[in-house]
Design a protein around this ligand. Structure first.
Ligand code: 5GP
Length: 209
């Protein structure tokens, strides 16, 4: 069975990547979305074990010490991290695993797993982002301000990603992301066993043998 692809998807808070991920999961069954641990408070409607595993500082620090997290970062005063076990198990099953994480974590993944694919999702403009964040109505103005300020920091790192995807239409964005991951499966470097087989089989056609 071929190993799954590890895809890291980042984007400014409010860029709509949550919706893109949800649609991607609903419309295809080759994906597994990793659920992170976080020390931030649940938002209304969020459930422990569904959007995140909501944990205390002490709990997350213990997971870090025990190397249970594949990556972790602090984002607007809270820890966020990816539980290692789930990701490794799903990849081994052949699932394409998506990590929806911020840039510091994304760069840690790129170092640890060089064959991971890093995708940055952005709205068409920053004005559009501000409107989306304000319109969501789930955060206090100071939190929105910190998130926008963080966005301006994150924007500096976009070129470290492999792909940039503009989310001006959710369905198009989902299709493009799915096609991108399908194409990644076709990279020669990911198919060396098959290539060796074809090369081996082709040897009998060599003239003079
Ligand atoms: P939010 O609080 O809006 O759910 O997430 C804030 C930021 O943390 C988002 O950019 C989200 O992608 C990122 N994030 C969520 N889970 C993780 C994680 O496990 N690791 C890292 N590094 N970032 C995460």
């Amino acid at each position: 069975m071929s190993k799954g692809i590890l895809a890291v998807v980042s984007g400014f808070s409010g860029a709509g990547k949550g919706t893109v991920m949800k649609r991607l999961m609903e419309s295809h069954d080759n994906y597994a979305l990793s659920i992170s641990v976080t020390t931030r408070q649940p938002r209304e409607g969020e459930e422990d074990g569904r959007e995140y595993f909501f944990r205390t500082n002490e709990e997350v620090e213990e997971m870090i010490r025990e190397d249970q997290l594949l990556e972790h970062a602090k984002y607007v005063d809270h820890y966020y991290g990816t539980p290692r076990r789930y990701v490794e198990d799903r990849l081994a099953e052949g699932k394409d695993v998506i990590l929806e994480i911020e840039i510091q974590g994304a760069l840690q993944i790129k170092k640890k797993v060089p064959e991971a694919v890093l995708v940055f999702i952005t709205p068409p403009s920053m004005e559009d982002l501000e409107k989306r964040l304000t319109g969501r109505g789930t955060e206090e103005p100071e939190v929105i301000a910190s998130r926008l300020s963080r966005a301006s920091e994150e924007a500096k790192g976009i070129e470290k990603y492999d792909y940039i995807l503009v989310n001006d239409n959710v369905e198009d964005c989902v299709k493009t992301l799915h096609n991108l991951i399908l194409s990644e499966h076709l990279r020669t470097q990911r198919n060396m066993d098959f290539i060796r087989k074809i090369q081996e089989e082709s040897r009998i056609f060599k003239k003079g043998e």
